[in-house]
Design a protein around this ligand. Structure first.
Ligand SMILES: Cc1cc2nc3c(=O)[nH]c(=O)nc-3n(C[C@H](O)[C@H](O)[C@H](O)COP(=O)(O)OP(=O)(O)OC[C@H]3O[C@@H](n4cnc5c(N)ncnc54)[C@H](O)[C@@H]3O)c2cc1C
Length: 284
């Protein structure tokens, strides 16, 4: 029995400690240290007489998970799907888990592009695997400049007519195959009254598209959850008090589920998700 945890912050590591101590093989996949690396001094978390830096707290957490036998891989997660079990896809490979816990922290903000939120669900999508079918043979764009955007573009490619990656003024961070075109100009607005009809760039030129897929930066928990049909509310994953989502075997914990957005709560939610995952695996 094995668990794959996405995120090595307080929520992911807390879940890992419970799972590992229950004899379950745990792989933690993470891109970096998450929110803690941005926290200079923490003085409202239990157990430290003096303020501790976020970096040190993060490193101590990770060291404990390693000590308990967790495998830690520094890899960015770009997709998740059902194979024989749940399959988490990273830039380096695929990890199958009997359970998966999403603990990827608070989602980044949606880019401030005029028309983007207004046309959500009417030509604006956040999930290629979910919505590609609606754009069969059509012209679509993916906003983003990294691995995740490329992954979304490649998911769309076999279904749609053509795909362009729009980097919105950011430098392209990946090598893109010839089958996908790239436009690096800054976007000012998404055009369309009732449905998306195009994208307008800062130089005033407009590109006609039928759909725009947003894949900026790294896949957030909500992005990943949507790929499996898990319920989300905005950028928050909907999970019950035990971290259970509506998908059996898929759990969510920490800032990605909303709430207090503090370490104490992330640790508690990770513990509950870990324990719920253990119960699920034992009953399986
Ligand atoms: C500047 C700052 C100061 C703060 N100060 C305090 C404080 O004093 N006290 C306090 O209690 N809280 C503080 N917080 C909040 C606290 O850091 C968070 O509530 C807590 O870290 C949330 O834990 P988490 O595990 O849910 O997410 P995070 O700690 O954000 O961890 C998310 C993990 O997911 C990984 N990840 C994300 N996307 C992917 C992907 N696609 N593929 C692979 N890995 C991915 C990240 O690399 C990271 O490992 C602060 C936050 C900030 C930003």
């Amino acid at each position: 029995m094995n668990a794959v945890i996405v995120g090595s912050g307080p929520a992911g590591v807390s879940a890992a400690l419970y799972l590992a101590r229950a004899g379950i093989s745990v792989t933690i996949l993470s891109r970096d240290g998450g929110a803690l690396l941005k926290a200079d001094k923490i003085e409202n978390y239990y157990g430290f007489a003096q303020p501790i830096s976020g970096k040190e707290l993060y490193e101590q957490g990770l060291a404990n998970a390693k000590r308990l036998g967790c495998t830690i891989k520094n890899e960015e997660v770009i997709g998740i799907s059902f194979l024989n079990s749940l399959a988490v896809e990273t830039t380096a490979g695929v990890y199958e888990g009997d359970v998966v816990i999403l603990a990827t922290g608070a989602s980044r903000a949606t880019p401030k592009i005029d028309g983007l939120s207004r046309l959500e669900g009417r030509g604006i999508s956040y999930c290629a695997i979910c919505d590609a079918f609606f754009y069969r043979g059509k012209t679509v764009a993916v906003i983003g400049n990294g691995e995740y955007a490329l992954h979304e573009a490649q998911t769309l490619l076999p279904v749609v007519g053509s795909v362009t990656m729009l980097t919105n003024g950011a430098p392209l961070e990946v090598e893109v195959p010839d089958s996908i075109s790239v436009d690096t100009r800054k976007i000012v607005s998404i055009a369309g009254e009732d449905v998306v009809t195009g994208v307008t760039f800062a130089d005033g030129e407009k590109r006609a598209v039928d759909g725009v897929f947003v894949a900026i930066g790294v896949a957030s928990s909500a992005d990943l959850a949507r790929k499996l049909g898990a319920l989300t509310e905005g950028n928050r994953i909907v999970a019950n008090e035990n971290g259970e989502t509506n998908i059996p075997g898929l759990y969510a914990a920490g800032d990605c589920t909303g709430g207090l957005l503090q370490i104490a709560e992330a640790v508690a939610k990770g513990a509950k998700a870990g324990l719920a995952a253990i119960r699920y695996l034992r009953e399986k």
